[in-house]
Ligand binder design. Structure first.
Ligand SMILES: O=C(O)C1=N[C@H](C(=O)O)C[C@H](O)C1
Length: 296
């Protein structure tokens, strides 16, 4: 069992899975720091670094550590969850041990991608990573990216492990989501932006949402109102966000989001191949939607 302890085990609220800005092909640390500094005072719970939105699979290990360091320096008061990727268990465990020195609030761990192991194999994967990690684990259930479905039974079995504390839910199965919320051992966070309202209204703890780079305070407020049971007020704030969320995911994330952040002067509109920039029609639509949302 690792000796470093994590800084928090409360994952409630809104977490921003940061994009990784690039200048040409290099990580743009100045833009990343400015982005984190700008988002930090807006009521968010913290940052996810190197999530899917961060294009982590296209960053080498040194780049990932440098990105983490930049975010820690830019927003030292906010907790950080680090995303993992890959499927080599030995290398992943070694990487997790390296991350133990980083003072992380959590590790966001997807199923191993591509190989589609059995449920027993999936359970062993998460438990081996939890065993190596100083930080609590959030299971990232996203079968449409990994190819592996983590069943309700496997998630409930993982919930029995005190080192596994949360779920980023992109599982696409509301019955499974409800069962895990009712079970209450894992904090369930919406991982699909369009499902923030339903997940939190049903008792979920919050969300990890790329679209909340934009209109951040409004997303924060929706979650607060829902958690306070103020449904009508939450709905009135939420509904105008839906066309924006839909447009942000109309092409592969984070292309559309980076188009908007670039238009706002926050970074270059650059992604690492094979990810691509948003198309012209979509970016036009996004700019219009945001302009409408910003009108009083
Ligand atoms: O970066 C993340 O983590 C997120 N991933 C989802 C995705 O797979 O695109 C979307 C979510 O908003 C954040």
């Amino acid at each position: 069992m690792p000796s470093t302890s994590s800084s928090t085990s409360d994952f409630s609220g809104l977490w921003i899975p940061l994009v990784t800005p690039f200048r040409g092909d290099a990580v743009d640390h100045a833009a990343l720091a400015a982005l984190a500094e700008g988002l930090a005072p807006l009521g968010i719970a913290g940052f996810v670094v190197c999530g899917s939105t961060g294009e982590a699979a296209a960053l080498d290990a040194d780049e990932q550590l440098a990105v983490l360091a930049t975010v820690a320096q830019a927003a030292p008061a906010l907790p950080r969850i680090m995303g993992l990727s890959g499927y080599h268990l030995g290398k992943t465990v070694a990487w997790v041990r390296q991350l133990n020195e980083q003072g992380l609030a959590g590790l966001l761990v997807p199923a191993p991608s591509y190989i589609r192991p059995s449920q027993a194999g999936l359970q062993a994967w998460f438990e081996a990573i939890a065993e190596a990690s100083a930080a609590p684990i959030l299971v990232y259930d996203i079968p449409y990216r990994t190819g592996a479905t983590i069943t309700r039974e496997t998630l409930l079995a993982l919930a029995a492990d005190p080192r596994i504390r949360g779920l980023k839910d992109c599982g696409g199965d509301m019955a499974k989501t409800r069962a895990l919320i009712a079970d209450s051992r894992l904090q369930v966070l919406a991982g699909e932006d369009a499902q923030i309202f339903s997940t939190v209204a049903e008792g979920g703890a919050g969300a990890i949402a790329a679209s909340a780079h934009l209109q951040t305070a409004r997303f924060v407020q929706v979650i607060r109102l829902l958690r306070d049971g103020r449904l009508a007020e939450a709905r009135a704030l939420w509904q105008p966000l839906l066309p924006l969320i839909e447009a942000l995911f109309a092409e592969p994330n984070p292309g559309p989001l980076k188009a908007v952040l670039a238009q706002q002067g926050l970074m270059q509109d650059a992604l690492r191949a094979p990810m691509t920039r948003a198309g012209d029609a979509l970016r036009e639509r996004l700019f219009q939607l945001l302009a409408a949302l910003s009108r009083p």
